[in-house]
Design a protein around this ligand. Structure first.
Ligand code: GAL
Length: 671
């Protein structure tokens, strides 16, 4: 399935041969001799694609209406002469000082009324009409100047929209919120009904009195909170659309995107919604160095990005060659980790591998952030690995355009994430991603590919569907999930799913209202566990976080709670429906419990690993339209590992001999 996006521009992939390689290029930091040296080094590394001008506004327009494009002309010309393509930025991610001085009203305001000042970056609110006018202005000038430039391949709109600050509480934001609400509800009666304002005397007589959910004596109306999250995500993509309208007018043939931050850490932005406006999906991903399973979190981010892209190839717009500068302790990557990380993204659908940034800064906030060219220069492990990656990516050209194969799906919804974590819930320990990540981890370790699918999207072709903590769900999405079970899939729904509709209103008559029928159960009351508490299960297993009073209504009990007051109450159920089955998990089993449940679900659904290998080898298969297939085998261990596969390892050009060396990667073009 491919996403239907705005028609018009050509595909960025037509501009670049093979897998694209490069990073953010900020040459404005360097004198001309270094910029010239850069060109030679880029050639040595095999760089083909760079993001340019992301934070350049103050240099391009040093004072209002005074422009200096000379340096950028030279950079663009030199890159074109060296065969390097550019994702040219709109330069709007850091407003210049003169603009802030003249229009301080563009600055972001936090929930407690604090105005966030300049001197850093991203100091504007997307709802500021003044900021939008100036941003559209510089965007138009850049587009006009470079519209026919041979280096131009893609527009890089702003940068990481919503990074640092994603919700804005100023006067202009409040009135944009009110206008958004008026469009959503038309009448104030409809808003009052949706927000349940009859409770606590919160009824509104008109839209005029409504404010963003700021600071209040107690918990704020959940409908107001949820709509403000929706509005805040919309306000950023609406700002993006305004800049893209300018770019479309000037360069209808050049695609546009902005770099997302899809991972387990970014909650505020509804990227499934945003995807409709991006011509190609681009993502930034940074490892948490202290996480011993950071490669699994990377896979989660990459799989989610592929889901947002509807399965199409995507751009890894930023990651790091080694340490970052913004974690408490910034440890370098281990030997070979740069290659493993990069090819894990490629395995999971990226057709471009890029870094922040090309050359490590000598001054400024990010001087201790690694880059492709380190402070210490060419005689470094990082540089050797950067050059090695460049030549590896060249060898992977045949992989370009192929797609990841998957028979398992995880249903993912940003709105459910928001709604499930608004305050005043049965347990603060219920987190949207926890159960989902436990299942994703299990499938990762088994070499089973999994797609992330938006709840209303087609589930056809998936034999296993996991629905984790999908607290809020529309009627249509619930019907879509039930239909997948009836059509033959094995569907697992986990606790605290299907509880409310899209307005955060309880689906009455017993939980989980949206899935009661397909699951053949009815839940009477929730029994969340105390902090750190554990619960024994009938098969000797242990679980945490949650239990509840489940009644069977057609389903069979597979496992039960075995502790007071829920002894004998089902904790896991299965309901045969149509050609498939709907399972319900009423607690959070420990790792062994997750593994034995996954065993059962795989046995029933017939979903199998993409290949067989020793433990610790990440396995993913991409398949091209002509049927040829590429097996990525990434050895995360420090000893050699066996992989059962036959074909040519594209990275060495020789027949694959069945072993991937310690910490190494094989990409096998299969026989
Ligand atoms: C990203 C940002 C880059 C750089 C990078 C450092 O959030 O887009 O400009 O700051 O982080 O990890």
């Amino acid at each position: 399935m491919s996403l239907q996006r705005n028609s018009g521009p050509a595909s960025v992939w037509d501009h670049i041969e093979g897998i694209a390689y490069g990073g953010d290029y900020n040459p404005e930091q360097w004198p001309v001799n270094i910029r010239l040296e850069d060109l030679g080094l880029m050639k040595e590394a095999g760089v083909s694609f760079l993001s340019v001008g992301i934070f350049s506004w103050a240099l391009l327009e040093p004072s209002e209406g005074q422009y200096d494009f000379g340096w950028l002309d030279e950079v663009m010309d030199n890159l074109a002469a060296n065969g390097i393509k550019v994702a040219l930025a709109t330069a709007t991610a850091a407003p210049p000082a003169w603009l802030v001085r003249k229009h301080p009203e563009i600055l972001p305001v936090t929930a407690d009324g604090t105005v966030l000042g300049p001197g850093s970056r991203r100091h504007y609110t997307p709802s500021s009409a003044v900021y939008r006018r100036y941003a559209a202005g510089i965007t138009r000038l850049i587009a006009e100047r470079y519209k026919n430039h041979p280096a131009l391949a893609l527009w890089h709109v702003d940068n990481e929209l919503g990074c640092h600050v994603s919700e804005f509480f100023g006067e202009e934001d409040a009135s944009a919120f009110r206008a958004w609400l008026e469009r959503r509800y038309s009448t104030i009666e409809a808003l009052n009904a949706a927000w349940g304002t009859a409770f606590w005397s919160q009824n509104y007589g008109s839209f005029a009195g409504i404010l963003p959910p700021g600071v209040a004596p107690s918990t704020l109306n959940p409908g107001q909170q949820l709509d403000f999250q929706r509005f805040s995500s919309w306000a950023l993509i609406d700002y993006y659309r305004e800049l893209v309208a300018v770019l479309r007018e000037v360069t209808p043939g050049i695609p546009a995107t902005t770099n997302l931050m899809a991972s387990s850490a970014t909650k505020a932005l509804d990227y499934f919604d945003w995807a409709k406006d991006l011509d190609v999906i681009a993502n930034d991903h940074y490892l948490v160095a202290a996480d011993p399973e950071r490669h699994i979190e990377l896979a989660f981010s990459a799989d989610l990005t592929r889901g947002i892209a509807g399965g199409d190839p995507w751009i890894l717009m930023e990651h790091s060659t080694s340490a970052v500068n913004w974690q408490p302790r910034n440890r370098p990557k281990m030997p070979g980790e740069l290659l493993r990380n990069s090819l894990a993204h490629v395995a999971r659908g990226a057709d471009a591998v890029m870094f922040f940034q090309w050359r490590q800064s000598s001054s400024g906030s990010e001087k201790f952030h690694s880059a492709m060219v380190p402070h210490a220069g060419r005689e470094t492990r990082v540089w050797h690995e950067v050059v090695g990656l460049g030549s590896s990516l060249k060898r992977l050209a045949p992989v370009k355009g192929s797609r990841v194969e998957s028979r398992a799906a995880i249903v993912f919804d940003y709105e459910a994430w928001w709604a499930s974590e608004i305050d005043s819930k049965p347990s603060a320990d219920v987190k949207y991603l926890d159960v989902m990540r436990a299942f994703h981890r299990s499938l990762f370790l088994r070499g089973i590919a999994v797609d992330f699918v938006h709840p209303p999207a087609s589930l056809e072709g998936y034999d296993l569907v996991l629905v984790c903590t999908l607290y809020s769900v529309t009627d249509a999405a619930a019907a879509n999930i039930a239909a997948a079970a009836r059509a033959g899939a094995t569907v697992l729904v986990t606790y605290f799913s299907g509880i409310v509709d899209e307005n955060d209103h309880i689906r009455l008559g017993g939980y989980p209202g949206a899935f009661r029928e397909v699951l053949g159960i009815r839940v009477e009351e929730f029994h969340p566990l105390p902090a750190g508490g554990e619960l024994k299960l009938s098969d000797g297993g242990v679980s945490t976080t949650w239990s509840e009073h489940v009644h069977l209504a057609g389903a069979e009990a597979v496992q039960a709670f075995s502790e007071y007051p829920l002894e004998g109450v089902p904790s896991l159920t299965r309901h045969a429906v149509g050609a498939g089955a709907a399972w319900y998990l009423a607690t959070f089993p420990d790792r062994d419990g997750i593994e034995s449940l996954v065993d059962r679900l795989l046995a029933e659904s017939g979903v199998v690993p993409v290949a067989t290998a020793d433990a610790g080898v990440e396995l993913v298969r991409r398949r091209a339209a002509d049927g040829s297939s590429f097996l990525f085998a990434i050895n995360h261990t420090r000893s050699a590992a066996a992989v059962e596969a036959a074909g040519v390892d594209l990275l060495t050009g020789t027949a694959f001999a069945g072993t991937v060396e310690a910490g190494a990667v094989a990409v096998i073009a299969e026989d």
